[in-house]
Design a protein around this ligand. Structure first.
Ligand SMILES: *[C@@H]1O[C@H](CO)[C@@H](O)[C@H](O)[C@H]1NC(C)=O
Length: 255
C-alpha cells in the first residue's frame, strides 16, 4: 500500500517543520557601559516602557535592563536578551563571567546632562541601565557605572508565547510576552474563527493593536520574529468567550 499518497500538505508541513526551525544566533561581544536603576527589589521596574506589567508574575524576574533609545528601537527591542559582563574595572567581581538580562524598559535621554557625564542614555550611545539586582551580580554597586562587554543571546523561556489582552469591543490591544529566541517581534495578525487574518499595528513597547475585534470567536495569532523573521502561528489561543484583562498561554515559541 502506498502510504505517502494519504498524507496531505498540512501533515507534510508538520513533518518537515523541524528542519525549517530557526535558531537565534548570539551576536559578537561589543564594548559599552552599564549603570543601574532602583533598589534591590527592582519593584520600580514594574510596568515599564515595554508594558510587561508585573515582571515576577510574567516570568521576567528581576534580571532586567532599560536600554538607551539607540538599542530600544521604539520598543521593537522589548523582550530581547543580553549577556553583560563587567570589563576591566576595579569594581568588577572576578569569577563572574556574565549576567543575562531581558530588555523590559527604555532608558530615556536626558539632554540637560552631558552624554559622557550622566547623560549615559543619550543617543547615539549604546547603554545598559540594569536593575540593581542584575548589576550587583557583575560589579559593586558603588561603582555607579562600569565598562561592560555585551552580546545579544537567545532568550531561554519556559513554556510558550503568552498574550495579555487589553482594550474594548472596538479595539484589541495585545501584549506578547515570554517570547523565546530573539525575544522580539516585528509583525502580528489576529484571526477570529470566522474571519481571515487581520493585520495588527505596533502600539508601544511589546503591544500590538487591532481596530476590528472579532468578538465571540476564538482567536488565533500569527507573529513574526524581528530577529530571525521566523513566523509562528498560535491557533485558538483564546476561546470564543475571551476577555480583556486576561493572559492566554500557548505551547508554541521561538528558539
Ligand atoms: C536630567 O538631568 C538633570 C540634571 O542632572 C536632573 O535635574 C533631572 O532630574 C534629569 N531629568 C530626568 C527626567 O531624569
Amino acid at each position: 500500500m502506498e502510504v505517502w499518497f494519504l498524507l496531505d500538505a498540512s501533515i507534510l508541513a508538520i513533518i518537515s517543520k523541524p528542519t525549517l526551525a530557526v535558531i537565534f544566533q548570539p551576536s559578537p561581544w561589543q564594548l559599552s557601559h552599564a549603570t543601574f536603576n532602583g533598589d534591590e527589589t527592582a519593584s520600580e521596574t514594574m510596568g515599564a516602557a515595554c508594558g510587561y506589567g508585573n515582571l515576577f508574575v510574567n516570568g521576567y524576574g528581576t534580571d532586567t535592563v532599560a536600554l538607551s533609545s539607540t538599542l530600544f528601537d521604539n520598543g521593537y527591542a522589548c523582550g530581547s536578551c543580553y549577556q553583560i559582563k563587567c570589563y576591566q574595572s576595579k569594581w568588577c567581581f572576578s569569577g563572574v563571567p556574565f549576567t543575562t538580562v531581558t530588555a523590559t524598559n527604555l532608558c530615556p535621554p536626558n539632554w540637560s546632562q552631558d552624554s559622557n557625564n550622566g547623560g549615559w542614555c543619550n543617543p547615539p550611545r549604546v547603554h545598559f541601565d540594569m536593575s540593581k539586582p542584575a548589576f550587583m551580580k557583575i560589579a559593586q554597586w558603588k561603582a555607579g557605572i562600569v565598562p561592560v562587554m555585551y552580546r545579544r543571546v537567545p532568550c531561554i523561556r519556559s513554556g510558550g508565547l503568552r498574550f495579555y489582552f487589553q482594550g474594548n469591543a472596538y479595539w484589541l490591544l495585545v501584549y506578547v510576552m515570554n517570547v523565546g529566541g530573539g525575544g522580539d517581534i516585528t509583525q502580528m495578525w489576529v484571526k477570529g474563527s470566522k474571519t481571515g487574518w487581520i493585520s495588527m499595528s505596533h502600539n508601544w513597547g511589546a503591544s500590538y493593536q487591532a481596530f476590528a475585534t472579532p468578538g465571540s470567536q476564538s482567536l488565533s495569532f500569527k507573529i513574526i520574529s524581528y530577529s530571525t523573521k521566523e513566523t509562528i502561528i498560535a491557533w485558538n489561543v483564546a476561546p470564543a468567550n475571551w476577555a480583556v484583562g486576561l493572559t492566554y498561554k500557548t505551547n508554541v515559541n521561538f528558539h
